[in-house]
Design a protein around this ligand. Structure first.
Ligand code: GLA
Length: 362
C-alpha cells in the first residue's frame, strides 16, 4: 500500500538570518507544495524518482547521494537514527515549489517525505509528532546533506497555520500564529523570483553563520539574541560588527512588524521591509544585484516595501503591493531587469498556505 503526503514551500516576511542566532522570524507557508508518495519494499534500499527531473536514484542510506536525492535519503537516515523502523522504500516526488528560488523547495521535500513515512509507520501527527519531525528534518539537512541551515523552513512547513504567518522564536522555541489580513486592505504579497540560483552548501551561508558565532563569542554571549546595539557598536572588528548589527536590528524589525500588523499599519510594514533589505544588503552582505534591482524597481513602481527573502545570494524578493498596483510593479520589475541585461524574473502572488499533511493516494 502507498502513502502520500505534501508540504509547502515558504516565503519569509521578515527576520532573515536570525534563526541560527536564536532569533525571531515571521515566515508563511506558500500555496505551492511538494508531494511524496512512498511504498514499502523488502530490504533497506531506497529507489527515488521525481516528476521534476530525469535523475533517478537507487541505493542505501550509506551511499550518500548528491542533489535532491540527499534530502529524501537524509530524512530516512534521520528517522532511522531516531529509532523509527523505516523499511526500504520506493519514493516518487512531484512539486510545484520553484526550485532554487529561495522558497524552501528542499524543506518542502524533506517534510513531505517525513510526513509520508510518519503515516506509513503510524508515528502520529499531533503537535508533538510534528515537532519531532521538524527536528528530524533539520537534522537531515544539517547533518546528512551538510547545509548548515537554521530551522525556519522545516518549522513553517510542518507547523504553518492557514491564513497566518508564524512568529518563530528560536530562543524559547515558540511558534505563534500572526493574522495576515492583507486581502481586507486590498494588499498582496508579490514574490519576485530573480531566477538566479543559489546554493546553501557553497560556503557563503556557512561563513555568515560562523561570523555570527564569532561576533557572539567576542561579546561574551552564547548567541546574538542576547546582544544589544550599544555592545555591538563596541566590537573592534568592522565585519563582525556589521553582521551582528544586522541580527540585532532584524530581531527588532520582526517585533515591529508584528506590532504593525496588529495595528494594520501598512506604511510602517513597508518601511520595515525596506529597512530589512538595506541591512541584508549592506551589513549582512547576502543580497546580489538582481535582488537589489527587483527591490528598487518594485518600490519605484508602487510597492509599499520590498526585501530579499530566504538565504540570499540570488533567489526571491517579496514585495508588499496594493492590489491595484500589481501590474505596474510586475511591469516595472520586468523593465528594470531588461535594462540591467538580466533574464526575465517570475512573479507569484502568494497567500498563506497549509502545513504539511497526509494526502489521499491517487
Ligand atoms: C535559509 C535557511 C534558513 C534561514 C534562511 C535565512 O532559508 O534554510 O534556515 O537561515 O536561509 O533567514
Amino acid at each position: 500500500m502507498s502513502h502520500a503526503a505534501s508540504a509547502p514551500g515558504r516565503v519569509n516576511l521578515i527576520g532573515e538570518h536570525t534563526d541560527y542566532n536564536a532569533g525571531l522570524c515571521l515566515p508563511l507557508a506558500l500555496p505551492q507544495r511538494t508531494t511524496a508518495t512512498i511504498t514499502a519494499r523488502s530490504g533497506s534500499g531506497l529507489s527515488l524518482t521525481s516528476a521534476q527531473t530525469a535523475e533517478e536514484w537507487s541505493g542505501e542510506v550509506g551511499d550518500r547521494p548528491d542533489g535532491w536525492a540527499a534530502y529524501v535519503v537524509g530524512v530516512v537516515w534521520a528517522l532511522r537514527e531516531d529509532g523509527v523502523d523505516v523499511p526500504g522504500l520506493d519514493v516518487q516526488v512531484t512539486s510545484n515549489v520553484p526550485i532554487g528560488a529561495g522558497l524552501s523547495s528542499s524543506a518542502a521535500l524533506e517534510c513531505a517525505v517525513a510526513v509520508a513515512i510518519a503515516d506509513l509507520t503510524e508515528l502520529g501527527l499531533d503537535h508533538a509528532g510534528r515537532r519531532r519531525l521538524v527536528n528530524l528534518c533539520i537534522r537531515a539537512e544539517t547533518q546528512y546533506v551538510g547545509a548548515p541551515t537554521g530551522g525556519m523552513d522545516q518549522t513553517i512547513a510542518l507547523l504553518a497555520e492557514p491564513g497566518h504567518a508564524l512568529l518563530l522564536d528560536f530562543d524559547d522555541g515558540s511558534a505563534t500564529p500572526v493574522p495576515l489580513p492583507l486581502d481586507e486592505a486590498d494588499l498582496a504579497l508579490l514574490v519576485i523570483d530573480t531566477r538566479v540560483s543559489h546554493s546553501l552548501t557553497d560556503g557563503s551561508y556557512g561563513d555568515r553563520r560562523a561570523e555570527c558565532e564569532a561576533a557572539a563569542h567576542a561579546l561574551g554571549l552564547d548567541s546574538l539574541r542576547e546582544a544589544d546595539l550599544a555592545a555591538v557598536a563596541g566590537l573592534q572588528d568592522d565585519l563582525l560588527q556589521r553582521r551582528a548589527s544586522h541580527v540585532v536590528t532584524e530581531n527588532a524589525r520582526v517585533r515591529a512588524t508584528v506590532s504593525a500588523l496588529a495595528r494594520q499599519d501598512w506604511t510602517a510594514l513597508g518601511t520595515l521591509l525596506d529597512a530589512s533589505h538595506a541591512s541584508l544588503r549592506d551589513d549582512f552582505e547576502v543580497s546580489c544585484r538582481e535582488l537589489d534591482v527587483a527591490v528598487d524597481a518594485a518600490g519605484r513602481a508602487g510597492a509599499l516595501g520590498a526585501r530579499m527573502t530566504g538565504g540570499g545570494f540570488g533567489g526571491s524578493a517579496v514585495a508588499l503591493v496594493p492590489t491595484s498596483s500589481l501590474d505596474a510593479v510586475r511591469e516595472g520589475v520586468d523593465a528594470a531587469f531588461t535594462d540591467a541585461g538580466f533574464g526575465p524574473p517570475a512573479h507569484i502572488v502568494v497567500t498563506p498556505g497549509d502545513p504539511a499533511r497526509v494526502e489521499e493516494v491517487s
